[in-house]
Design a protein around this ligand. Structure first.
Ligand code: OAD
Length: 270
């Protein structure tokens, strides 16, 4: 990997190199270079092409479960055929990058910095790149559950709907026979308490926050970095555009995640 002059300031590199507890707060831009669409980018964003009211609310589910189920199965299929990008992979290296043991060797687990991923993404690309996710704030495409008794639905090979109709038959719960629903947090629903609590703990424990690829528009998720800023925890934003969280960022890297994160890891490894 060649060094990219100017992309990572010395200040930014020093901040990351000195941090021991980093929370990565990721959004859809993290996976954009894996070919997974964001929500709000003009033209390519999902909400530019599909109506969230008709697909991503409890009311949509009530009125047309086959459409909602099929749309999420289609999205799960698109993620299954996508691969983690260089940004996901760089995050997996961040815990040991530039850490040296007493004998000058690259450090092993004992001296690693903690990298805690709190994501709004419902894909599994962080995990597939080797970074466990502390909290999926908005659920997962791969954790369907019963809409009545909440029993997890075992993963099976999905039926893949065509984008013309999306509608496919919704499976039924093996315990109570109610419809199985996507394991996604829809607009108007509360975030899962355990995911929220784990996210809050990670932010509280951190000496640095990396905000990667989010518009910062959706609450309560966006309140987590806002609260960190009020507690004077430094925040590095990685995003090719400005976002609603740009004003609270203490440092900014104006590039896509797949370019910025490997450059950051390289900058602290030299
Ligand atoms: P958005 O689509 O709102 O924002 C995506 C952000 O990623 C924008 O700020 C882009 O500028 C940025 N971006 C685009 N390409 C990028 C790249 N290659 N590298 C880094 N950044 C890039 O997506 P989210 O902020 O994730 O909720 O949206 C938040 C929530 O709204 C989602 O979790 C979803 C959605 O409705 C639920 O599903 C509940």
């Amino acid at each position: 990997m060649s060094r990219q002059p100017g992309l990572i300031s010395d200040d930014t590199a020093a901040l990351v190199a000195g941090a021991r507890w980093i929370t990565v707060f990721s959004g859809a831009g993290m996976s954009a270079e894996s070919g997974v669409a964001t929500f709000r980018d003009a033209q390519t964003g999902l909400w530019a092409r599909y109506d969230p009211e008709a697909l991503s609310t409890p009311q949509a589910w009530e009125s047309d479960p086959a459409l909602v189920w099929g749309w999420y199965q289609w999205r799960a299929h698109l993620v299954r055929v996508a691969e983690p990008n260089a940004g996901h992979r760089a995050l997996a290296d961040l815990s040991t990058a530039g850490m040296r043991s007493d004998d000058g060797q690259e450090a092993g687990g004992g001296e690693a910095r903690a990298v805690m991923v709190v994501t709004q993404n419902v894909d599994d690309l962080h995990e597939r790149a080797g970074t466990p996710v502390v909290s999926h704030l908005h659920g997962s495409l791969f954790a369907p559950r019963c809409s009545a008794c909440e029993h997890p639905y075992p993963r099976t090979e999905p039926s893949i709907p065509g984008p013309e109709t999306f509608r496919i038959a919704v499976p039924r719960c093996q315990v109570c026979d109610a419809l199985v629903r996507p394991g996604i947090v829809w607009f108007g629903e509360a975030l899962p308490a355990d995911a929220w609590n784990r996210a809050e703990s990670a932010f509280r424990a951190s000496d640095l926050i990396l905000v990667v690829g989010t518009s910062g528009l959706v609450y309560p998720a966006a309140s987590l970095p806002e609260r960190a800023a009020r507690a004077d925890i430094p925040i590095i934003e990685i995003n090719p555009e400005s976002s609603l969280l740009t004003p609270i960022a203490t440092h900014r890297i104006r590039a896509g995640a797949a370019r910025a994160l490997p450059a950051l890891v390289e900058a602290i490894t030299r």
